[in-house]
Design a protein around this ligand. Structure first.
Ligand code: ADP
Ligand code: MG
Length: 236
């Protein structure tokens, strides 16, 4: 595998809690990797360590083969590491168009930013809603808008943290289709999800965390048949 992102022996504790405990895994170029595990197993902490929101106690994050420990969250975003938050943070008071356009403007001239915004809204199927104010968007579309805003930074990697939470089955199908579309456009994805059906459907490979530790990884169907995974999910 040709990795775009690699984490090596990453650890982070909060007080006495080892949220992430000596975890190593990598994300291949073009891969859609599912990161799963019970509540509190360290998934979001991993995302925060990779994005640069948290500084690890030990371990390394490599992006395109380069150790990025010295780079802060903004520098990592500019390098092409994007992430969503478990709770979408729409820009209240801005339209759908403007909330993407303002991000695009950070790296493009006016006209280029406008073209880019239109292209992204088209891709994320938000073009018809471009004049709507963000706070009026239904929850499902807010998550898509969140992704649209990340796309305006030209990410190479996107980490999606529980974007399926709270969606009904039809909305979930739509979201699965969109995540796949993003991946097929060439973006490598770490997909963190509680909804197993979505994870198994989408992921090329799974990595399972439990109590901060790497439990196992591999082919999705095989991983879901693994006894230690079943036990972790049943709280055994
Ligand atoms: P997951 O995303 O898998 O549900 P988290 O990474 O959010 O798990 O949390 C892992 C553990 O670390 C949990 O016990 C959680 O309470 C703890 N934790 C996460 N973030 C913080 C924080 N900022 N301060 C203190 N404890 C935290
Ligand atoms: Mg989480």
């Amino acid at each position: 595998m040709d990795p775009i992102l690699e984490i090596r022996h990453l650890s982070k504790a909060f007080g006495g809690i080892k949220a992430v405990n000596d975890v190593s895994f990598c994300l291949g170029k073009g891969e859609l990797l599912g990161l799963i595990g019970p509540n509190g197993s360290g998934k979001s902490t991993c995302v925060n360590l990779i994005s640069g929101a948290y500084i690890p106690d030990s371990g390394q994050v490599l992006f395109c083969g380069k150790d990025i420990q010295g780079s802060n969250i903004c520098q990592r975003a500019r390098m092409g590491i994007g992430r969503t938050f478990q709770t979408p943070k729409p820009f209240n008071g801005l339209t759908v168009y403007d909330s993407v356009y303002t991000v695009a403007l950070q790296s493009c001239a006016y006209k280029e930013a406008a073209d880019k915004t239109e292209e992204i809204l088209e891709m994320m199927e938000l073009a018809d809603l471009s004049r709507m104010f963000c706070e009026k968007l239904p929850i499902e579309k807010r998550k898509w808008l969140d992704m649209a805003r990340i796309l305006a930074n030209d990410p190479k990697v996107i980490m999606l943290d529980e974007v399926m939470a709270g969606l009904n089955p039809a909305e979930m199908e739509e979201s699965i289709r969109l995540v796949r579309k993003l991946n097929e456009s060439g973006i490598s994805i770490i997909f963190i999800e509680h909804v197993m059906k979505a994870v198994i459907k989408l992921s090329h490979r799974l990595v399972v965390l439990n109590e901060g530790k790497l439990l196992c990884g591999g082919d999705p169907e095989e991983v879901m048949r693994n006894e230690s995974v079943i036990k972790a999910y049943l709280g055994g």
